[in-house]
Design a binder for this molecule. Structure first.
Ligand code: ATP
Length: 716
């Protein structure tokens, strides 16, 4: 059965990006199946002459891909040029690379000269010592210069790598930070971001610069080696013949010599062999700690042993994991015709030379020294040539990787920004905003379940609204739609009678303060955790302390050793190795022995705050923002609080809200619903009842029933 889009894609359609599309093992046009023992290997069929990008087969495809990437490459070089000092460093690096590329040819030349001197000495029984000294000294100078240049290159490498990496790390940080919730949750976007991420040690841009420099230097190496070879062959009668024979050997060796221990390119392997599945499964049961209790209590040891032994016997030499099977397979594969041809080819220049010497005993066409030199130079030249082919083969891919980095900067957000500034009247925002849902239906991206179904309600400016209902009824989703984390699938939302989609997102978010039920704490200091509630006032320490007080967090924060500077979850682990058992704390934090296994183990450490304390910090974050906020949303704000703290919180919120619109979601009835101007009682994606507490009690519906139930629970 065909799976995914592999077959849907037309065969003539150029596959511009190899990362896109679907790998379909059953697509025999694109995927080759090989049976290796009990394993099935599926490999994407690569164009045969992939090494040379200008072969007809992939010419157009590669050209288009490269053409599309060039503007990004130019942009990359311009950007790197704008980094302080990078042009100079890069220029120096390139010059060194080019000089280094010429040295092997120069060395070859001098080696040839040395051999010639030896040959002349053997023939004439005298040595031109002046020439010998000159050549030997030049050869030594070459070695010394090479070492110096390598040192210089290493000195330039580090600052270039760090500067370029830092530059791109800042850019990709922004590219990631600007994405909205549905876009960031998209698996394709995630993969795109991950592929373009700057690692902690290097960056795609720097790697590409290095590859470009390497390409240039390989070209220079090739030209210089070719010049030496031509000079050598010029006056040698059999030189070209021997050069071709040596070249042939390198070619064959290249074809047969390189074997990977795992397949290359896009591939997948699986096994359907039940014996092997049983073998591995039984082995896991015996090894894993988690099964030990049941294994012992159930007396399973003998039975498991029996099935393991039986499976092992039946599998015999096939009881191998994929990599072992693949290795065995490729070793057998080495006995191919090309492998047989490769070895004699190595000897061929020697044999031809001997035959020619026998043929013309008085006039040997080539000296032994020249033979040696020609074969040596040719094989070096052909190796460089193949390296160049290999590098050019991946040019398109490399250029595409630059393009992908820049494309992440412009990944469009699913939630499209509006244009209308909000609010029109800054003064009026103090009095709150009105919120209206009109026939709103909502499904989360990628889900077919309607979590809101035709929901309509209106909260007037300055009202206190409580949304109550069972778990999963859709309360939090309403708050997410008000913050415009998502857009409704159907229907409209109005804020102050304006369609929410038309409002500028930054303005809307500034006017809205939301405390989510599943709020998180950032791996930053407590101060930053609170400050982020209002990035515009994040530097105002007074404001942060006031927000902490309003959120009821001051008391316990001040009891912490580092107070507001405490990290809730240290983002950087301490690193230690084989500490003596008596070391209980290190750097003021407790040592986790369970994680120490050998040298260089890391330990993560998080401050043990209670759920309630964590929530107070989150609450404080919402109190950071006051000015400019017209609507405050709290999703289950009292979930982790004890009854006294819950009462305190509501009192504080009631006092502090001023005239702002407030929306609470809760499945606890009582404390807040009695003060509410509007209660929305929800069940299973719809609003069943709406009104004030008294109205709903009078109505005697679902709300009244649950309120009674909860009230009874507190009666003596
Ligand atoms: N990101 C998501 N993707 C897909 N489905 C989701 C997502 N978030 C929530 N849902 C589903 O949407 C439905 C409504 O969830 P919602 O969180 O709005 O309910 P709730 O009334 O706030 O529940 P609770 O009282 O447990 O917080 C649930 O069935 C939930 O499983």
């Amino acid at each position: 059965m065909p799976r995914g889009g592999g077959k849907r894609r037309g065969r003539n359609q150029p596959q511009v990006n190899p990362d896109e599309g679907v790998f379909d093992p059953e697509d025999t046009q694109k995927v080759r199946h090989t049976k290796i023992g009990i394993w099935d290997l599926y490999e994407t069929i690569e164009p045969k002459l992939k090494l040379v990008p200008w072969t007809l087969r992939s010419k157009l495809e590669t050209y288009h891909e490269m053409k599309g990437s060039f503007p990004f490459v130019l942009r990359m070089f311009r950007e790197i040029g704008s980094i302080r000092g990078c042009w100079w460093l890069l220029g120096g690096y390139l010059i060194i690379a080019v000089v280094l590329a010429m040295i092997p040819a120069i060395e070859l030349w001098y080696s040839g000269q040395l051999l010639k001197i030896v040959q002349d000495a053997v023939e004439s029984r005298s040595v031109d010592s002046h020439l010998l000294f000159k050549v030997a000294a030049s050869r030594l100078i070459c070695s010394a210069v090479t070492r110096l240049l390598h040192y210089g290159q290493a000195q330039l490498y580090r600052p270039l790598n760090v500067r370029i990496r830092q530059h791109y790390a800042v850019q990709t940080f922004h590219a990631r930070a600007r994405l909205d919730v549905p876009t960031y949750a998209d698996a394709v976007v995630q993969r795109h971001l991950d592929n373009s991420a700057t690692s902690s040690r290097t960056s795609i841009a720097w790697n590409n610069v290095l590859k470009t420099i390497h390409l240039v230097s390989t070209g220079v190496e090739l030209v210089s080696q070719f010049s030496v070879l031509i000079t050598m062959l010029r006056n040698q009668r059999d030189g070209p013949l021997l050069a071709i024979l040596s070249f042939g050997h390198t070619f064959f060796r290249k074809k047969t010599g390189q074997r990977n221990w795992s397949p290359t390119g896009v591939w997948a392997a699986t096994t359907k062999n039940h014996e092997y599945l049983r073998l591995v499964g039984a082995s896991r049961v015996v090894h894993a700690q988690e099964h030990r209790k049941e294994l012992v209590a159930g007396g399973m040891a003998d039975y498991l042993h029996a099935i393991y032994r039986a499976a092992a016997n039946r599998l015999g030499s096939n009881a191998t994991d994929f990599y072992e099977a693949y290795q065995t397979h490729t070793i057998t594969d080495r006995l191919s015709l090309t492998a047989f041809l490769s070895d004699p080819l190595r000897e061929l220049p020697q044999i031809v030379f001997t035959l020619r010497a026998v043929q013309y005993p008085s006039d040997i066409p080539l000296s032994l020294a020249s033979l040696n030199l020609i074969t040596q130079t040719t094989s070096k030249f052909s190796r460089t040539l193949f390296d160049l082919f290999e590098e050019t083969g991946s040019i398109a891919e490399n250029l595409a990787s630059i393009r992908k980095v820049y494309e992440t900067y412009t990944i469009p957000n699913v939630v499209v920004d509006g244009e209308t500034p909000f609010p029109e009247d800054q003064q009026n925002i103090k009095l709150g905003v009105s919120v209206e849902f009109r026939n709103v239906t909502f499904r989360y991206p990628g889900s077919s379940q309607e979590v809101l179904r035709n929901v309509s309600f209106k909260i007037l400016q300055g009202q206190l609204c409580v949304i109550v209902g069972a778990n999963g009824s859709g309360k939090s989703t309403i708050l997410k739609l008000i913050a415009r984390l998502y857009d409704p699938t159907e229907g409209q939302i109005f804020i102050n009678d304006q369609d929410i989609r038309t409002l500028k997102l930054a303005d809307l978010r500034r006017a809205t303060s939301v405390l989510f039920q599943d709020y998180t704490h950032f791996p930053l200091s407590i101060r930053d955790n609170i400050a982020l509630g209002d990035p515009n006032n994040a530097h105002d320490d007074e404001k942060i302390r006031e927000a902490a007080r309003l959120g009821g967090a001051t008391e316990f924060i001040e009891r912490l050793d580092e107070g507001f500077d405490t990290y809730l979850d240290r983002p950087v682990d301490d690193i230690y190795s084989t500490l003596p058992q008596g070391t209980k704390t290190l750097f003021g934090r407790s040592v986790e022995y369970s994680s120490i296994r050998g040298a260089g183990n890391m330990s993560s450490h998080s401050k043990g705050l209670s759920g309630g304390q964590m929530q107070r910090i989150a609450l404080s974050r919402t109190f950071m923002r006051d000015e400019g906020v017209g609507i405050l949303c709290f999703d289950e704000p009292s979930a982790s609080l004890d009854p006294t703290a819950e009462y305190d919180l509501f009192e504080r919120l009631r006092l502090l809200r001023g005239n702002k619109t407030m929306i609470f979601s809760s499945h606890r009835f009582g404390n807040l619903t009695r003060y509410a101007d509007l209660i929305l009682y929800m069940d299973d994606a719809v609003i069943l009842e709406e009104g004030t507490h008294n109205e709903l009690i009078k109505q005697g519906g679902g709300y009244a029933k649950i309120w009674m139930l909860q009230a009874q629970a507190f009666l003596p």
